[in-house]
Design a protein around this ligand. Structure first.
Ligand SMILES: NC(=O)C1=CN([C@@H]2O[C@H](COP(=O)(O)OP(=O)(O)OC[C@H]3O[C@@H](n4cnc5c(N)ncnc54)[C@H](OP(=O)(O)O)[C@@H]3O)[C@@H](O)[C@H]2O)C=CC1
Ligand SMILES: Nc1nc(=O)c2c([nH]1)NC[C@@H]1CN(c3ccc(C(=O)N[C@@H](CCC(=O)O)C(=O)O)cc3)C=[N+]21
Length: 284
């Protein structure tokens, strides 16, 4: 029997409804500052989508578009401005940055309480300690999607392919927090297919088009495809969906899977960050 398709678009729409409701309860609308440097076409599409959904949820869109040749000091000053601006409750620095800029340095400047991408050292530390904080959007979206699909994580074998700061590593930590037994694979993993076949829940986030085939999947497993690639034949993920769907129990499509959940979680983090700001103001 072919796999159940996990509908990320529907899950994201549901989540956005809840977020709009939460926004309406806040004393002030949250403000999201998306920072786009240069004109990478894929980044422009994602940022446009984030901004549109931010406005639809009743939040303020405080976008900054900066030239590709902006200097590091100048961009740092923009981040400092956004940190200091009380109307800005969330800051997202869209990656990748042009090559002459050091992303790690710039991310480190973001106020952790406004870090809606969950990428600052403070956010990473809070996640590692299980302390309250802002979690990276894509892994948080994957957990929300698994919960909604009724996938049990406690005691499950979870395998994550990829160990980036943006996706793989925080994904592994969130799965661990939910009491899964977690294996993390990467480019130096010796026998990827064997490692992946352990998985009750397989998360593909390696960034290689259709690299996960039916040989990587235990019959009945849940397969979450984080990858996103533009090819001549359209969008595809890291999973060869058509063949894997014959083996898996459930699978996320690309598009319409993890992508929409990433943006919904960004909105959710922006609401959380606005609550942090409220609490700080109340304490003053
Ligand atoms: N849908 C969404 O919302 C999002 C989608 N993405 C997509 O997810 C994918 C991953 O993104 P990101 O984590 O940023 O990518 P990175 O390129 O930063 O990381 C890729 C990871 O995969 C590992 N890897 C590479 N090749 C192999 C291989 N042959 N076997 C096993 N592991 C391998 C790398 O290992 P090593 O560390 O050893 O180099 C690395 O850890 C991309 O397609 C990206 O576009 C990303 C963010 C959000
Ligand atoms: N600081 C930072 N934070 C990020 O979260 C971040 C980033 N940089 N850089 C790039 C990746 C990629 N990413 C996606 C977001 C939405 C979709 C998405 O909505 N995808 C739709 C399709 C959209 C389309 O047509 O391209 C879908 O899968 O259905 C995909 C990918 C966030 N990223």
């Amino acid at each position: 029997m072919p796999a159940t398709i996990i509908d990320g678009k529907a899950a994201a729409a549901e989540l956005r409804q809840r977020i709009s409701h939460d926004v309406a309860q806040l004393p002030e609308p949250p403000g999201l500052a998306t920072v786009l440097v240069g004109d990478d076409p894929a980044s422009a599409v994602y940022v446009a989508s984030k901004r549109r959904q931010c406005v639809q949820a009743g939040m303020r869109d405080l976008h900054r578009h900066l030239p590709a040749d902006i200097g590091a000091a100048e961009l740092a000053a923009v981040v400092d401005d956004l940190n200091a601006d009380p109307a800005v409750t969330g800051i997202l620095l869209q990656l990748p940055l042009p090559r002459h800029l050091d992303a790690a340095n710039l991310i480190a400047r973001i106020d952790p309480d406004k870090d809606v991408d969950g990428l600052t050292i403070a956010s990473v530390g809070r996640l590692a300690l299980g302390a309250p904080g802002l979690r990276p959007c894509t892994p948080a979206g994957v957990i929300a999607l698994l919960d909604r699909a009724g996938v049990r994580l406690e005691g499950a074998e979870a395998v994550v392919v990829g160990r980036s700061h943006l996706v793989g590593k925080p994904m592994a930590q969130l799965l661990l927090e939910r009491n899964a037994t977690v294996t993390v694979c990467h480019s130096r993993t010796r026998d990827l297919a064997t490692a992946c076949r352990r998985a009750d829940v397989l998360i593909a986030a390696a960034g290689l088009p259709r690299m996960i085939g039916p040989d990587h999947v235990k019959p009945g497993a849940t397969v979450i495809d984080v990858g996103i690639h533009r090819t001549d034949a359209g969008l595809c993920g890291d999973v060869d969906t058509a063949t894997v769907a014959e083996v898996a129990g459930a699978i996320t499509p690309v598009p319409g899977g993890v992508g929409p959940m990433t943006i919904a979680m960004l909105l959710s983090n922006t609401v959380t960050a606005a609550r942090f700001a409220d609490r700080k103001n109340a304490a003053v």
